[in-house]
Ligand binder design. Structure first.
Ligand SMILES: CC(C)(COP(=O)(O)OP(=O)(O)OC[C@H]1O[C@@H](n2cnc3c(N)ncnc32)[C@H](O)[C@@H]1OP(=O)(O)O)[C@@H](O)C(=O)NCCC(=O)NCCS
Length: 148
């Protein structure tokens, strides 16, 4: 399986991928994602020429924040997310970042996000903060960090 990753701009197809992942993306999330793919660096993962996943990242001095990441339904669990994460970690490090963070749902009962948090934890991220009701989302938030 040959995954290639490259930077993409104003990616509307990314929004379509997220729209199909209703367990993870609310309408409000889709709205914010639509704006963020235009405002921040976005990298797409391609398999046989098809966009199968993406990550949106904000670089700010020594800090890199993963704003959004998703792999198309039917392509999850095949190493694409791991490849995107590795790519972003290397790119951020080469540009002077030393810490990468991601905010994700902290809901302890909701299975889809339990899997998401496990994904980050297994890849070296450490939960640094948990907030029961994050004001911006009005739901639990878990903040993960990793030194790069
Ligand atoms: C989280 C996500 C980006 C990971 O990408 P992926 O390509 O499925 O992940 P990989 O194949 O590289 O890695 C698989 C690992 O992730 C875990 N995983 C998390 N969510 C998964 C899912 N929905 N399907 C399959 N595996 C998933 C598996 O348990 C596996 O763990 P292990 O290798 O440590 O045993 C992807 O599953 C996804 O798009 N999820 C929905 C959206 C989301 O949660 N985005 C992140 C919001 S912060």
């Amino acid at each position: 399986m040959e995954i290639s990753i490259r930077q993409i701009y104003g990616c509307t197809e990314c929004v379509e991928i997220a729209r199909e992942l209703k367990e993870w993306f609310t309408d409000r999330g889709i709205e914010r994602l639509s704006a963020d793919v235009r405002a921040y660096e976005t990298y797409g993962a391609y398999l046989d020429g098809k966009l199968v996943g993406f990550v949106v990242v904000k670089l700010d001095g020594r800090l890199a924040e993963i704003l959004w990441m998703a792999v198309r339904r039917g392509y999850q669990g095949r190493g694409i997310g791991t490849a995107l994460l590795g790519f972003v970690e290397r790119a951020a490090k080469s540009r002077g970042c030393s810490l990468i963070l991601v905010k994700t749902s902290g809901d302890p009962e909701y299975e889809p996000y339990i899997r998401t948090r496990r994904f980050y934890e297994r890849r070296g991220f450490v939960k640094a903060l948990a907030i029961d009701e994050y004001p911006e989302w009005r739901e639990p938030m878990a903040l993960y960090v990793k030194c790069i």
